[in-house]
Design a protein around this ligand. Structure first.
Ligand SMILES: Nc1ncnc2c1ncn2[C@@H]1O[C@H](COP(=O)(O)OP(=O)(O)O)[C@@H](O)[C@H]1O
Ligand SMILES: [Mg+2]
Length: 236
């Protein structure tokens, strides 16, 4: 299973937010895109997830051109976005949030999928009757992962999962992302937190003002090199 983004352009009026970006996400791997605020990371993911259509370029899922298809069509093809800021439903319980992620499936399939999410993230099972808004930030991010997993994705697009989390929790969330990839999902993650994300990533690209300016394997992406490209904001 493979997601390929080729030469993607996304504009907002005169603002060229994404300029000729090409990225690949493959099953079992974490492809990481590091970039400062405003680099165009969310615009790239939102286009790959069908929430934006982009100006040109291609979004290919298993060999099929999908750019311009709507988000529900992307979900059906196995591509799901875990949005920036998590966007969980605070007044609903953990389990109700998970059910929302599985709304297309039969009741029995939903129950089975919920059980699988609790196996992968036991803390969600322990909190299943609790209000999602009362979870810690890290638990809310796990819930956002879990809700996305309910649609049995083959590609997960993760928009800054560490944003706003206490440093002590960030690695746990990154480990969660790693375990999702290890279960066979293709993960495309965008982050500003280079240090934590590099520990679990396989492939790394650096995005600067709408363009990919560096690509390599995580083991070779020394923090020093990333810092030089991203500037100080990347390592804060
Ligand atoms: N809805 C929008 N309308 C106009 N400009 C936008 C909109 N969303 C993002 N932008 C601009 O596009 C650029 C990239 O934004 P974004 O993709 O959100 O970057 P990132 O996720 O890396 O912080 C920024 O200059 C931002 O101001
Ligand atoms: Mg963003």
């Amino acid at each position: 299973m493979m997601l390929e983004i080729n030469d993607l352009e996304v504009h907002y009026g005169a603002v060229r937010a994404v300029r000729g970006v090409s990225l690949v996400a493959a099953a079992g791997r974490v492809a990481l895109v590091l970039g400062a605020n405003g680099a165009g990371k969310s615009s790239t993911l939102r286009t790959a997830a069908g929430f934006l259509h982009g100006e040109s370029g291609s979004i290919v899922v298993d060999g099929e051109e999908m750019r311009g298809k709507r988000a529900h069509a992307m979900v059906r093809r196995g591509v799901v976005l875990v949005p920036e800021g998590r966007k969980i439903f605070a007044p609903l319980t953990v389990e109700e949030n998970l059910r929302l992620g599985g709304y297309r499936a039969s009741r029995r399939d939903v129950s089975r999928a919920i059980g699988e999410v609790y196996e992968q993230f036991p803390i969600l099972g322990e909190r299943r009757k609790g209000m999602a808004g009362l979870l810690s930030g890290g638990e809310q991010q796990m819930l956002a992962f879990g809700r996305a997993l309910m649609s049995k994705p083959r590609v997960m697009l993760m928009d800054e999962p560490s944003m706003g989390l206490a440093p002590s929790i960030v690695q746990t969330v990154m480990d969660g992302a790693r375990s999702i990839a290890d279960s066979g999902v293709a993960v495309l993650m965008v982050e500003q937190n280079a240090e934590a994300a590099l520990r679990i990533a396989d492939d790394v690209s650096v995005m600067t003002r709408g363009s990919i300016t560096w690509t390599g394997v995580a083991a070779e992406a020394s923090l020093h090199a990333v810092h030089a490209v991203l500037g100080d904001t990347a390592l804060e």
